[in-house]
Design a protein around this ligand. Structure first.
Ligand SMILES: Nc1ncnc2c1ncn2[C@@H]1O[C@H](COP(=O)(O)OP(=O)(O)OP(=O)(O)O)[C@@H](O)[C@H]1O
Ligand SMILES: Cc1ncc(C[n+]2csc(CCOP(=O)(O)O)c2C)c(N)n1
Ligand SMILES: [Mg+2]
Length: 320
């Protein structure tokens, strides 16, 4: 076949042709009894309960092709989903992937998306079980994952509703990096801090901290997707308590970002989404290694930062 005949877009190849190229490289595990290619996958489960969560990304709402490659999008989609499983204290066992795209979408983009997705799935130790393809009107592209998960023996789910007065509030990683990276892309200043822009494109979460927190007795947990204060407010509301965040502890996070985003650094730390760092509450003696205490649980409602009630800001899909 000459180069001119090589299929270049989804419109040049049929569904079966695309899938036949994708199936052989998908990560699997010894628990995948039936993998991609039949009407449904069959996954061996160890426990009597399955975690299930889903998360979607839409072109020009969740990413821009000028800013992120197909590889970045596939990688980030896995992180968003596996972080949700980890935020319950679970371990991800399998992923179902949906791609909705117009026929003019380049095969190069689709292959890169699949490569990023597979690499992130391998990094997370999970399998791709199958998915769905559908076409879209010109200019529309949407990708989605449904993730399944389970608990290690003896670990119970950590919900948002268990925070108790006297607990401490802690995070498993950094804050504000993804938001600072987005700001640099919007300003056309990505060369100022490639590490922050890379984190926006492909956020990384230490998933093992979810089960570790559950084993240590975490009373509430979630992953920060819409902003620290907004998401802390979700734990506060579900638990009927107030989360008091210590301003001084966050100073190092703000200082790390300030050279690159100036006076927006504090806003990135308090309201930046897409970080996927885990936020949890623990009895004060039970904070595991790798977690950083940033506040305490008190009687009341809502979230305070440095003693002041804080409304949060943060991301809302329908207000953005
Ligand atoms: N269209 C829907 N129908 C039914 N339930 C939904 C729908 N959209 C969201 N939910 C449920 O609402 C809750 C909040 O959803 P959301 O996607 O905000 O999850 P999150 O964990 O807070 O955010 P993220 O997925 O970004 O980490 C979840 O329990 C989710 O299953
Ligand atoms: C082009 C473009 N515009 C805006 C953003 C920012 N953004 C998108 S979704 C989200 C919150 C998490 O969503 P979810 O709760 O669905 O995981 C944020 C902060 C972006 N990444 N790309
Ligand atoms: Mg979540």
């Amino acid at each position: 076949m000459s180069a001119a005949d090589e299929p270049a877009t989804l419109g040049d190849i049929n569904e079966d042709g695309l899938l036949a190229g994708i199936f052989p490289g998908l990560p699997t595990s010894d628990r995948v009894l039936i993998g991609p290619g039949d009407d449904a996958a069959l996954l061996q489960v160890r426990t009597g309960a399955t975690l299930a969560t889903t998360d979607t990304m839409v072109l020009n709402r969740d990413w821009r092709d000028e800013w992120s490659t197909g590889y970045d999008v596939g990688h980030k989609l896995v992180t968003q989903n596996v972080a949700d499983v980890a935020a319950m204290g679970g371990r991800c066992t399998g992923l179902l992937v949906t791609l909705v795209a117009d026929a003019a979408t380049s095969l190069t983009w689709v292959r890169a998306f699949n490569d990023g997705l597979c690499q992130a799935a391998v990094d997370a130790g999970t399998a791709v079980l199958g998915g769905d393809l559908s076409s879209a009107p010109v200019g529309v592209r949407m990708v989605s994952i449904t993730a399944l998960g389970e608990f290690e023996a003896g670990v119970s789910p950590v919900r948002r509703s268990g925070a108790r007065v006297g607990d401490v509030v802690a995070v498993s990683g950094g804050l504000g990096r993804a938001a600072a990276g987005l700001l640099l892309l919007q300003r056309g200043r990505e060369q100022d801090a490639p590490h922050l822009v890379d984190f926006q494109r492909r956020p990384v979460t230490d998933y093992a901290q979810g089960p570790a927190a559950a084993r240590s007795g975490a009373t509430a947990m979630l992953d920060i997707s819409d902003g620290l204060v907004r998401d802390a407010g979700r734990i506060a509301a579900a638990s009927g308590v107030l989360l008091a965040i210590d301003d001084a502890v966050l100073r190092s996070d703000v200082d790390d970002l300030a050279p690159y985003v100036g006076d927006q650094a504090r806003q990135c730390v308090l309201a930046g989404g897409e970080e996927h760092t885990l936020l949890a509450t623990f009895p004060s003696q039970s904070v595991p290694a790798g977690w950083r205490v940033i506040g305490s649980v008190e009687a009341g409602s809502g979230v305070t930062v440095g003693g002041e009630q804080h409304s949060g800001g943060g991301w809302d899909h329908f207000s953005a």
